[in-house]
Every structure is written in C-alpha cells, then in structure tokens.
Write a protein that binds this ligand. Structure first.
Ligand SMILES: Nc1ncnc2c1ncn2[C@@H]1O[C@H](COP(=O)(O)OP(=O)(O)O)[C@@H](O)[C@H]1O
Ligand SMILES: [Mg+2]
Length: 346
C-alpha cells in the first residue's frame, strides 16, 4: 500500500492549520484540479501528497514535477513525452509524466514558471484529458488529476499576461492557501520539538533535552522567511552542534553563513579598486541616501518607497528578528509590525 512515510507526517495545532487540514480533507475526494499557494517551505508538496492519498486515486501513481527545473522545450517533453525524431537525440519513443500519472495525480510545482506553449497543452489535458506527444500526431487520452503549486500571485501574473487566464480559471477550482509559519506562532515550538526529537534519535541520544528559554524566545521572535523547511534546518543544526544531549539546547544559529571570515558580496563596482576604495564609496552612498529624482515627483510615494526599503534593510541586518529590528530603528515592536504590515512585508 502506498502510505505516506513517517517523515512525511504533517504537524500543526494552530487554528489556521486545523482549518487548512479540514479544507484538504474536503477537497481531496473531489476529482477536480487544485491550486496550493504559499511561501517557500510551507509544506505545499506535503499537502499535494495528502490531497492524493486521501482521494480515490490513492493507490495509483502520484507524480511530482518542478516546472522551474527544466528549460521550456525539455519541460514539454518531460510532461507529454516524445516520439522518435522529435528532436536531435530522441531515438526512442518516451512516455511523459501525464502518461505515468494516468488514473493518479500529477503535482506541478512552481506552475507559474510554465511557458505559454506548455500552458496551452496543459489546459487541453485538464479540459479534455488529451494531448499529443512532442513530435507526434496520435492523440493520447489520460485521466489525471492536476495539483498545481506556486508562491507567486497567479491572478496578478495573469493580468500581466504571463499566465493564461483560462488555465487559471480551470486550475483554481479551489485554492488552498497555506499560511506562513509566522502567522501561526502556536506551531513553531510544536514543530521545533518534533524535528528536535527526530534529530536526537538520529544522533542516538538517550533523551531529547528540549530547548532553553532563550532559544525558545529566539525562535518565537524570528520571522521564518523559509518557513518550516528553514525551521527544520535551524533545529537540526542547533542539535548536532550541541555538545551532548544533556543540557537544554540554547544556541540557535539562524544563518549558517554568518562568520567574521565570510567573503563580501559581489558589487557592481569597477574591478580595479581596492577594498578601501570600496568602503569609502559605500560610505558615500550611505551618506548621500537614495538617488534623487530628476523631474517632478510625487513626494509621498517616494517617501513611502524609501520607508519600505528601510524596513527591509532593518529586517535583513537583524536576520529577520522583528524585535531586534524594531529596537534597531527606534520603534516599539508593535509600531514596527504595523509598518511591516503597511508595506506588505508581513
Ligand atoms: N506541517 C508540517 N509538518 C511537518 N513537516 C512539514 C510541515 N510542512 C512542511 N514540512 C516539511 O518542511 C519541508 C518543506 O516542505 P515542502 O512541502 O517541500 O514545502 P514547499 O513545497 O511549500 O516549499 C519538508 O521537509 C516537509 O516535510
Ligand atoms: Mg516545494
């Protein structure tokens, strides 16, 4: 039986997480395409798998494909297969993912990156269950449930002419939007304990000592831009770096690149300058502030843009710790959060 592996357990206890699980259970048995939307690392792939395994298709193939992983033409032959001679090197016929997923489900990750040509073919499979292999003329019939995922705003992409409206209408029979981890803080420590225990087991510690208060506070304060994938890494790193499994884990490193010896980021400055020149120039830029507009300009929107840049900068230099960032810019935590919301940075 195709059960989900133990490591694929979906954990959460917040109200929004439980609502999400409800929505998934209701949507799973429906033979309709679905869209899963959410920031990176929020568990979109796990959710797609759950939609499949809770559907009538559970004992059939669940195929996964990341649309951003392949160039345009390769993606088409990967999805729809090809006939001999379709392109140089295509000696034999090859079935694509749609044929492999027949009677099952196909998860299309980063669906917003798909070319217009591939989108057109996709629309036809979803609507009529038919397509031709690349370089072929025979029409193939399949019965595949498509589950798409993305972290971009697809309606905006459609308005900008980058995604087909008709495909969006068809895919968005229902949309499952996964809340980011920082919007469900109740789940942070639950997940941290879960990943912590699994890591302690992997290291063959006798017990998992838990996290110290400061470690807990640091994790609760952090904004988790990489969501659960990031949390898992941070927890596993903290545990393997800890000396042994006796004292509660207290050292949390959010950014493993942080080091006094870290090489400086590449800038677009002229090559033949010394580091001292660069430092001087950077200081000049900081003193000069943002570029001044040449013609007439809208003062309020310019100020607003600059404010947004400063909020982003404050977050970055404080490694997304909102409390520290607020302190850094002389605002209260609530004022700072308010500003982040206003600029759509939350
Ligand atoms: N609710 C959850 N409970 C347990 N693990 C989770 C949960 N959500 C995500 N994960 C884990 O986080 C990682 C990222 O999940 P994934 O589904 O690949 O995210 P996305 O596709 O949204 O980037 C995976 O290791 C996954 O197992
Ligand atoms: Mg993913």
């Amino acid at each position: 039986m195709a059960t989900m592996a133990k490591q694929d357990q979906i954990i959460g206890n917040s109200a929004s997480f439980l609502d999400l699980m409800d929505q998934i259970s209701r949507a799973a048995p429906l033979d309709r395409p679905m869209l899963v939307i959410g920031e990176r690392g929020t568990g979109k792939e796990l959710i797609a798998a759950r939609l499949h395994y809770l559907s009538g298709r559970w004992n059939r193939n669940f195929q996964k494909m990341n649309c951003a992983a392949l160039a345009e033409s390769l993606l088409e032959s990967e999805l729809f297969g090809y006939e001999p001679g379709a392109f140089t090197g295509a000696r034999n016929r090859r079935a694509g993912r749609f044929e492999a997923a027949d009677e099952g489900s196909l998860f299309l990750d980063e669906i917003g990156t798909m070319s217009m040509a591939a989108q057109e073919k996709l629309l036809r499979v979803i609507e009529y269950g038919e397509f031709e292999r690349v370089g072929g003329t025979d029409t193939i019939n399949v019965d595949v449930r498509v589950i798409g995922a993305t972290n971009i705003d697809l309606p905006a992409a459609a308005d900008a002419g980058e995604f087909r409206h008709d495909l969006l209408d068809r895919l968005a029979f229902d949309v499952i939007t996964v809340p980011p981890l920082r919007e469900r803080p109740e789940d942070i420590m639950l997940l941290a304990e879960h990943f912590g225990m699994a890591m302690a087991r992997e290291l063959e510690w006798l017990v998992f000592p838990g996290f110290s208060r400061t470690a807990t506070e640091a994790m609760m304060d952090y904004a988790w831009p990489g969501n659960i994938r990031e949390l898992k890494n941070v927890v596993e790193r903290a545990i393997y770096r800890a000396w042994d499994g006796e004292a509660p884990i207290c050292d949390i490193v959010f950014d493993p690149f942080e080091s006094p010896f870290r090489p400086p980021a590449k800038t677009n400055r002229p090559q033949n300058t010394t580091p001292e020149d660069n430092a001087d120039q950077q200081e000049d830029v900081a003193k000069a502030g943002p570029c001044l507009p040449e013609g007439p300009f809208d003062l309020r929107s310019q100020v607003c843009e600059f404010e947004k840049t400063l909020y982003g900068h404050a977050l970055k230099v404080n490694r997304h710790n909102q409390r520290k960032a607020a302190e850094h810019v002389g605002l209260s935590y609530d004022q700072f959060r308010h500003g982040l919301k206003k600029h759509g940075l939350l």
